[in-house]
Design a binder for this molecule. Sequence first.
Ligand code: DQA
Length: 146
Amino acid sequence: MAKKRKILVLHGPNLNLLGKRQPEIYGRLTLEQINRRILALARELGVEVEIRQSNSEGELVDWIQQAPKKFAALVINAAAYTHSSVALRDALTAAGIPAIEVHLSNIYKREEFRKRSLIAEAVVGQITGFGVSSYLLGLRAAVEAL
Ligand code: DQA
């Protein structure tokens, strides 16, 4: 598929633990189940999606830097790095392709430190609080941005 129909979905730290990790906040779906839903929607929308997860900030930075070569847009749940990473923000700004920020939980209804997203100014927009649907809405937004 041509680069202009390819979208990269990135999951940040601890999202590999979904299903067992604070299910009252993040739900009971595992990362694999979430990924299957993303891939099903991608087929419906006629786009190709590649999905990666990393617990390492540097690896996420590398993937964002490389993204423009292969992808036209990206969807990112930067997880805890949302609130701390100037490096991810800078990488998103430098990449220059549309990025959509997503969160399973509503980061504005939780602890004070979660209310600040350092990446928010580097993305097209943010979808927060809709569980797995945050990713699906994020994918739709990324397709709109193509
Ligand atoms: C999260 C919210 C973050 O504050 C948290 O550190 C996460 C997940 C979410 O999807 O709700 O790991 O990004």
